[in-house]
Design a protein around this ligand. Structure first.
Ligand code: ZN
Ligand code: ZN
Ligand code: ZN
Length: 320
């Protein structure tokens, strides 16, 4: 454990953050970062001589270029006798600019994709709305978590760079996989945005769960098709993620082994296998302490996993 005072000391203060942002508010400095990035070979990193950098930027006064490079060496660039190179922080800045996450988020026309709705088997489309990418069913109004619009099966912040050189089906699959790995990180308590602590903050259990498939395709009481939803919030950056409790089965080796023994190579990063977990049974065993049991029935066998209020596994039982 890191002592609390040391923990705080490692956190950048607001003045330092402002200073780092100010450094980037200059065209020549951005050109220099871009030039260093273009010269950067990940398999053979070596510093770029000043003369090479000078040729790549529009400013031509050497004194001015040196001035801006000196500014950048405070945070983003390393200077040695051989020349200049990006620090990891500098590479992160360039990657953010390249992926377009922070600055532009192109809307894309909704397009049909080869993924069946896991809830009704209907046709899905892939599109974007208000900065989110979504996979949406055109045949039902299923609601997974209360914040999802009706019919939306998945929502993600898939970066614009993921759209390049991919067909709509390839984008949809890449988004699904990208999101699955981020979700795995959340379930392990590590924020996929900033790597901060991201503990379970609530487990919402609907007391009177009655999803009416014919009428609403979700439950009127909890506004979700899922009876139990787990939320995590990052303690550093406030990033929030809510998901059905059955998702936690995906990170349990006993579950992977159980499916494997029954001839299913369980890989949750594909849309096809998402529906496997829709039929598991969820049971509230005790409220204090909170114990929840999830049971997977498969060909006469059953695997039950019991979780506590932090979604830690309490016990695993196998019958059949
Ligand atoms: Zn559907
Ligand atoms: Zn409900
Ligand atoms: Zn975070």
């Amino acid at each position: 454990m890191v002592p609390p005072n040391q923990k705080d000391a490692s956190r950048p203060d607001t003045a330092a953050k402002n200073e780092a942002f100010k450094l980037l508010s200059d065209g020549t400095r951005l050109e220099l970062l871009e030039a260093l990035w273009e010269s950067h070979d990940p398999t053979d990193p070596s510093p770029v001589p000043f003369s090479d950098l000078r040729e790549r930027v529009s400013a031509d006064d050497p004194g001015q270029i040196h001035y801006h490079l000196d500014k950048l060496t405070e945070h983003f660039v390393r200077h040695s006798e051989e020349g200049y190179e990006l620090r990891e922080s500098g590479k992160r800045i360039v990657r953010i600019l390249l992926s377009g996450t922070a600055i532009d988020n192109p809307e894309i026309e909704p397009v049909k994709v080869d993924v069946s709705c896991p809830y009704c088997g209907g046709q899905t489309i892939y599109g974007s709305r208000d900065g989110w990418r979504y996979i949406e069913c055109t045949d039902c109004d299923v609601r997974c978590v209360p914040s999802f619009p009706p019919g939306v099966i998945s929502m993600s912040e898939f970066p614009p760079s993921g759209l390049w050189d991919r067909t709509p089906n390839e984008i949809c699959l890449a988004d699904w996989r990208w999101s699955a790995h981020r979700r795995a990180s959340v379930m392990d308590g590590v924020c996929p945005e900033c790597a901060g602590e991201m503990p379970v903050t609530s487990i919402h259990i609907c007391d009177d769960h009655r999803p009416d498939w014919e009428e609403y395709q979700f439950c009127e009481h909890c506004e979700s098709i899922f009876r139990m939803l787990v939320s995590h919030v990052c303690e550093q950056c406030k990033y929030r993620w809510s998901m059905p409790i059955s998702n936690y089965l995906t990170s349990e080796p006993a579950v992977t082994a159980f499916y494997y023994e029954h001839g299913v190579e369980f890989d949750y990063s594909t849309p096809e296998q998402f529906s496997l977990l829709l039929d598991v049974e969820k049971e509230l065993l005790t409220e204090d302490p909170l114990h929840i049991r999830i049971t997977i029935p498969l060909e006469g066998d059953e695997l039950s996993i019991t979780y506590d209020d932090r979604m830690e596994v309490v016990s695993i039982e196998r019958t059949g």
